[in-house]
Design a protein around this ligand. Structure first.
Ligand code: ADP
Ligand code: MG
Length: 406
């Protein structure tokens, strides 16, 4: 790891600002999924054990944007949805200690009253317009009295915001948290020095979302590239197949052909599905049947990879030493079109059991892994959506670049 981590610096008795990702779903004051809170615990506990004065900060949703939208449309705006207070309470439970929560901008007085090992939490950073604007005044305010800045929020590291980038201009010591470290290690190794064979699986709805990732993986000479999901139809249509009413991005067809050629030139095995689960129409979704790709019935919609493709993808994963997966193989939210995605999830879990390092990233892909109950059988579940894709595209994330090098 090129970046310093919280373990590389002395934090005992220091005032430490940890940018965490507490952007959790909250409904009527109840946290619906606390994965992200649990994910931040190792760093927080470490800082507390070291006797640091710990200040936590996160964003939650997009309060100012939502407020503006509500005002424009004359709809009610529920300010209660955007407070991190329930998170502070939940965290206090997990830590078995009080977490002082900023209310009415009283953070300064809370900080000045802290003892070593105490935890204080900021209110939702995005309630201040300065956060997303990366306003230097707001960043300076966040940095006030801070000795060490820790970024443990990989999922927002692709944004140049006051708490992810701006603040680092006002604090000398800026390091990665333990969750951030794990992300950088797993994703960094896959890009820089993967154990081979290296197999990437890409799917999801749109090719356009994934082009930089595909190109970066081809450039790094991934051994096999498996393409599933609706994305495959743009490739097929570009090759001259009729794909019915399946999701296609017509303007991406030239790019699709270009990518296939790039893969060929780089010696990357480029594997598209050979069969599909199709239906007559989206509404109602019935009459599912598996057919070969050469379908000419213009009325059909492809919603999942077929059984033959599942076998081909499984074989391609056999013996893999590194696997990166982003994007479901079909419309997995709608049963039974989750079958392809679940089958591939199981194949990735099996390969992991046999020694592969597996990395799954992307909001929907991670949801699919959780839905399959396989989260603990994957080497690394990336916590970032956009950040993971940008990292895999080879881009430098501003929130990472701003941290001190070793
Ligand atoms: P991630 O969030 O993991 O990056 P994406 O957002 O790129 O994944 O893609 C997920 C979406 O792609 C899901 O909503 C899924 O329903 C959709 N999808 C995948 N295959 C198809 C298909 N054949 N037809 C329509 N939608 C599809
Ligand atoms: Mg998605």
């Amino acid at each position: 790891m090129q970046k310093k981590t919280i373990k590389d610096v002395d934090i005992a008795g220091k005032t430490v600002f940890i940018r965490v990702d507490f952007n959790v779903p909250i409904k009527n004051g109840v946290i619906e999924d606390d994965t992200r809170i649990k994910g931040a615990l190792p760093t927080i506990k470490y800082a507390v054990e070291q006797g640091a004065k710990v200040i936590l900060a996160s964003h939650l949703g997009r309060p100012l944007k939502d407020k503006k939208k509500a005002e424009e449309k004359g709809l009610p705006y529920d300010a209660g949805k955007y407070t991190l207070k329930p998170v502070a309470e939940k965290l206090s439970e997990y830590l078995g200690a009080a977490v002082a929560f900023e209310q009415d901008g009283n953070i300064g007085s809370l900080i000045s009253a802290m003892n070593n090992g105490d935890v204080v939490m900021h209110e939702n950073l995005r309630l201040d317009a300065g956060e997303e604007k990366n306003d230097p005044d707001f960043a300076k305010q966040l940095a006030d009295g801070i000795d060490v800045y820790v970024n443990d929020a990989f999922g927002t590291a692709h944004r140049s915001h006051a708490s992810t980038e701006g603040i680092t201009h006002f604090v000398d010591t800026c390091v990665a948290g333990l969750l951030m470290e794990k992300e950088l290690e797993f994703l960094g190794k896959a890009l820089e020095n993967p154990d081979r064979p290296f197999v990437a699986i890409l799917g999801g709805a749109k090719v356009s979302d994934k082009i930089p990732v595909i190109e970066s993986l081809i450039e790094r000479k991934v051994d096999k590239l498996l393409i599933g999901g609706a994305m495959a139809y743009t490739f097929f249509k570009a090759q001259g197949f009729t794909v019915g009413k399946s999701l296609v991005e017509d303007d991406m067809m030239p790019k699709a052909l270009e990518i296939e050629q790039q893969a060929k030139d780089a010696g990357v095995e480029f594997i598209l599905p050979t069969d599909h689960q199709v239906v007559d129409s989206y509404d109602p979704i019935n009459s599912r049947k598996a057919i070969q790709i050469e379908f000419t019935n213009t009325g059909l919609v492809g919603l999942d990879i077929g059984p033959e493709t599942i076998e081909i993808f499984k074989q391609a994963l056999e013996g893999a030493k590194t696997i990166v997966w982003n994007g479901p193989m079909g419309m997995f939210e709608e049963k039974p079109f989750d079958e392809g995605t679940i089958a591939i999830a199981n194949a990735v879990a099996e390969a992991t059991e046999k020694g592969a390092t597996s990395i799954v990233g992307g909001g929907d892909s991670v949801a699919a892994i959780n839905q399959a109950g396989l989260a603990d059988k994957i080497s690394h579940i990336s916590t970032g959506g956009g950040a993971t894709l940008e990292f895999l595209s080879g881009d430098t994330l501003p929130g990472v670049a701003a941290l001190n090098n070793r």
